[in-house]
Design a protein around this ligand. Structure first.
Ligand code: ADP
Length: 759
């Protein structure tokens, strides 16, 4: 029996423009609804399907293999009939006759507005349907209200109230891949390229892709250029050429206008460059390729968490007002849907009136920060950066620990930010040992040219921790007059800085030094931050592999895959990997795995895999999960103890996870940390005894901690934080697992099982 304040049956629809991740959200919604023992439905083709009665019950197994699919399998549409009251009355009839009084709407602000209109009119339509004899009083009384929640599906990232909309990260993957690739051919021929990207009135995709690919010029609606923009743009592009740049990339948002509201087309930009600079200039309009394909790791994460929270919110009788479920950083957030929609409407009006200050003030602060960052980074060759820095403070940059994708993007942004503020930049190759051995080189603007998209660590890195060489390190610091060190890296970077902090007691000079440490490790095994540079590439590498692994055995045979990922003793990659790959389960060192944990799964496999159709199941574990049950032992147990028709296979991803070019997410994190690192060192340098500062990102914002406060949060034995925030994600992964299915549903599943796989 349901509570009166919560819905009885639930339906989900996708509406408006499609976006990658919608399927993953549908899967999360349907499976969470099953958890609450609700009947759940999908409505095909948006509000049209609601009116045309294109509504279908969806079961647990209907969500098999949905997670990685692009677009929306239930279809989406724009519906003019739904804008008419009569159409909405029909929609209410179709819903109520199935007992549906809960709705999850995945779409843009228009779709959410539509749901709000329907919910407001619900009672009126229900009364009319009773008076027309179409439904009974009893039915009407049992469904008094339409409960709904919204998820924002839009590649444009144009929704107030969430830092990211579903699909925006995947679109950034498409754009950045394209720009990275264009840049190589453009350099070969010394060409200029105009890259036109989507976004309607929102310049998010253009801004972020320009910052993270290192583009030379950017035109977005929120920052309309002045009347003489052609001249200013060409001057900067020419200066870049004078300094040795072989290509020029301009990123243009499709909705860009100049200060007078005149649309700027890609042809306008091309002609300006060609006519003024004589450069061979080409246009690439990315178009719908930006919407397509399998969702990125972040979009799968966003979709799964917000899909689950959407249903939980509906089932919470204390939450009366319809909510928009969104995300900041890696944490779920919510605000009233209509507050978000109203803000969006106000921003659209402001855009029409050219009030861009209003718009910028309402966007996440990072939008403005990134715009400022771009405006600094693009001025590659302005005279101010060519001055003699002899009398300026010296800042040294280096990395410590294993390479992580995004380190080079961090060095690029940090170097240029420092130069733009007048600092001299020394690059140390090889971390603390490089400093002791004076493996040091002065960097100028062009030293980091082209670094943004490159994986690994060009500067070179190692895991050496200062011990016996602290005296020589101090000598180098004095010799080169280094006022601040910026160190990017993992556990050893933190450990090393802690050693230097301790050595302050012996070496007075260390008290005058500022140090800023930036987390960069795919393991994310660091305290005082939710996110480290490099984690996203590793997760994307993982899902590339698991998608293929899953596909390899579809319809073929009963198989259990054990996929071992990196992370040492730290379970971040394994747990998040399990969540976004659709795994059945995970084995983490933190959980002290016993035979009974494995047998728990095995017992249900024998039961579940006993039907005629082949099944497959995926488990993720990290490399140091268990000394007693390492990967091959676990494989033997799964092989031996399950039915003879089931075989267990293993895959060790190893260094594949660490390689490749950084993702847009990693580069965004790198740029955010670059801004934070320069801010932190400026604060430190004003103090007589500067801090040794550790940077972190929490809920999408930069946080500063002192190394002194961070050390007690480090578990040195297992090289991970004492408190691991992501452990709370277990409940999400568990919710999506078959083990979560109640007994009755499991039987249903067996009865109805077909060749669909389980994920
Ligand atoms: P998006 O959801 O991407 O913003 P639209 O603005 O086109 O896309 O809205 C999608 C659909 O939502 C519309 O086709 C219409 O059916 C419905 N809708 C939008 N606004 C309203 C409204 N004010 N009243 C009723 N339905 C609406």
């Amino acid at each position: 029996m349901s509570l009166s304040g919560v819905p009885h049956n639930l339906a989900v629809l996708t509406s408006g423009g499609d976006s990658p991740g919608m399927n993953a959200a549908i899967r999360a919604v349907i499976r969470t609804a099953h958890h609450y023992k609700m009947k759940s439905y999908v409505i095909r083709d948006g509000y049209n399907g609601m009116i045309n009665d294109n509504i279908e019950e969806f079961t647990w197994e209907d969500c098999g293999n949905l997670l990685q699919e692009g677009g929306t399998v239930i279809g989406t549409a724009r519906s003019s009939r739904f804008r008419e009251k009569d159409g909405r009355k029909q929609a209410v009839y179709n819903l109520i006759s199935r007992g549906i009084d809960g709705l999850v709407v995945i779409g843009g602000d228009g779709s959410l507005m539509g749901a709000n209109v329907l919910s407001t009119e619900w009672k009126e339509h229900v009364d009319t349907l009773v008076s027309e004899g179409k439904i009974t009083e009893d039915v009407a009384n049992s469904r008094e209200k339409l409960h709904f929640v919204g998820l924002s599906g839009s590649i444009d990232n144009d929704m107030y109230g969430t830092d990211n909309t579903l699909g925006a990260d995947t679109a950034l993957h498409r754009i950045c891949d394209a720009i990275d690739q264009i840049a190589t051919t453009a350099s070969s021929h010394k060409r200029a390229f105009v890259m036109e990207v989507m976004g309607r009135n929102c310049g998010y995709l253009a801004l972020i892709s320009a910052v993270v690919t290192g583009a030379d010029w950017l035109i977005i609606p929120e920052d309309p250029p002045g009347e003489n923009w052609e001249e200013v743009m060409c001057e900067v592009l020419q200066k870049g050429r004078d300094h040795g740049k072989r290509c020029s990339i301009v990123v243009l948002s499709e909705g860009a206008k100049d200060i007078n509201g005149k649309h700027i087309s890609s042809d306008d930009v091309k002609n300006a460059i060609h006519n003024r600079l004589g450069l061979d200039t080409r246009i690439t309009i990315l178009g719908h390729i930006q919407r397509g394909g399998s969702p990125s790791a972040y979009d799968r994460y966003l979709a799964t968490l917000t899909g689950i929270e959407a249903v939980k919110t509906l089932m919470n009788p204390l939450i009366e007002e319809p909510q928009l479920i969104g995300m900041t950083g890696l944490q779920v957030t919510s605000i009233p849907v209509m507050q978000a929609v109203q803000e969006n409407i106000k921003m659209s009006k402001a855009a029409q009136q050219g009030d861009f200050k209003y718009i910028l003030d309402r966007k996440h602060p990072s939008f403005k920060q990134f715009l400022e960052l771009f405006n600094t980074l693009k001025l590659a060759s302005q005279p101010v950066f060519e001055t003699n820095h002899e009398d300026k403070p010296v800042v040294a940059i280096t990395s410590v620990g294993a390479p992580a994708p995004g380190m080079n993007a961090f060095f690029r942004a940090t170097t240029r930010l420092l130069l733009s503020k007048g600092y001299r930049v020394l690059a140390i190759r090889g971390g603390f040992t490089g400093l002791a051995e004076e493996n040091i080189e002065e960097f100028n603007w062009m030293s980091v040219n082209g670094w943004a998209p490159i994986g690994g660590c060009i500067l070179g890195t190692n895991r050496d921790i200062p011990k016996d060489n602290i005296r020589t390190i101090v000598q180098s610091i004095n010799k080169y007059n280094i006022k601040s060190l910026i160190i990017v890296g993992g556990f050893e970077a933190y450990h090393g800085v802690a050693e230097l902090y301790r050595a302050k007691e012996i070496y007075e000079d260390l008290k005058k030094l500022s140090i800023v440490v930036v987390p960069a490790t795919i393991s994310n095994n660091l305290p005082a931050t939710e996110i480290s540079i490099g984690i996203d590439k590793a997760l994307n590498n993982m899902i590339d592999a698991t998608d293929k692994i899953k596909q390899s055995s579809i319809g073929y045979c009963n198989r259990i895959f054990l996929v071992q990922v990196m992370g040492g003793y730290c379970g971040f990659q394994a747990l998040l990997g399990a969540l976004i790959s659709g795994a059945e389960g995970y084995f983490l060192h933190e959980d002290d795995i016993r035979l009974t944990n494995i047998m728990d799964y095995i017992n249900q496999f024998n039961y579940r895999f006993s039907s005629k159709n082949p099944k497959l199941s995926l488990f993720v574990l990290n490399e140091k999960t268990s000394e007693s049950y390492p990967l091959h032992v676990m494989q033997n147990i799964f092989d031996r103890e399950t039915d003879s028709s089931i075989s267990a296979r293993t895959s060790e991803l190893g260094s594949i996870q660490q390689g490749g070019n950084p993702t847009p997410f990693d580069r965004i994190v790198s740029a955010t940390f670059a801004i934070g690192a320069v801010d932190a060192l400026e604060i430190n340098l004003k103090q007589s005894t500067p801090e040794y500062t550790v940077l972190g990102i929490r809920k999408g914002n930069i946080f500063y901690s002192s190394i002194k406060s961070v050390v007690p949060q480090m578990d040195f034995k297992y090289r991970r934080p004492v408190d691991e925030w992501w452990m709370k994600l277990k409940s999400y992964t568990n919710l999506m697992s078959y083990k979560n299915l109640n007994e009755e549903k499991r039987k249903d599943y067996l009865r109805n099982s077909n060749s669909r796989d389980f994920f």
